[in-house]
Design a protein around this ligand. Sequence first.
Ligand code: MN9
Length: 291
Amino acid sequence: MKKAIIPALLTPFKNRKIDEDALRALVEYSIRKGVSGFYVCGSTGEAFMLRADDRKHIVEIVADQVKKRVDIIVQIGSIGTDLAVDLGRHALGVEGVSGLSSIPPYYYKFTGEEILHYYLDLAEELGTPMIPYNFPRLSGVTLTPDFISKLIEEKAIAGLKFTSENFYDLEKIKLSYPDLTVYNGLDEMYISGLAMGADGAIGSTFNFMADKFIRISDFFEEGRIEEARRLQSEANQVIEALFGVRCFMAAQKYMLDLIGIPFGDPQRPFMPLNGEEKSFLKKRCESLLAR
Ligand code: MN9
């Protein structure tokens, strides 16, 4: 099976409003590059900082532009179950949406049991299995192989977005459930994820480097590991530069400026880049993006 490369879409803003034209332009650009789908309203999309009506609007714009050419996974994660159900109902009503994903509910340090029930309730009330989003670094919660087993037993899971460097867990999950689609989430470690069984990846840097990651998948499939690693290192030089400025989110958006689809600044309180940071990124990344 071909490995899926799915950008976790960034959200463009102009005068603090969603920039519909830029979003449509990025969708078209990405489809031309050969992406397998879009992950909409994830952490990369700044979704937790958006009003619900804006999250819904983004889903509608993306679906209207995609016109069923590729998959659309909508991230509906919220601090409470009812808020997520509302977003999920909306997403399922939009033609072309193919899956629903969610981070675990956050801030209140919910217990494992509460988090399990969050996913079971979403699956039941929305009538569709979920794609949980395991991102311990930001969510503070690890969705363990045991936790995933419980969701499998309840038929409440359709896939897993695995944003963690614990590839031992990834391997355990794939060994027990080879048919469960597991997407690698840390772009800078994509070939490690592939080596441990990932079926593809959902990532933020695929907004501007999808082609590199598609080629990494192809090299890996053909057993050309050295070439895959060379490309991974090339992508990682860009990612390293993004980590080198104060705001990773703003840095990623600036990559789209360099490509010619300006995405504006992230939402407050994220900090915009200053001129010095922009010239640092331009110098480090421009030629690598073009390769
Ligand atoms: O899981 C992404 N996470 C965030 C997805 O955007 C917060 C990743 O693609 C990382 O941004 C990327 C850099 O660490 O791997």
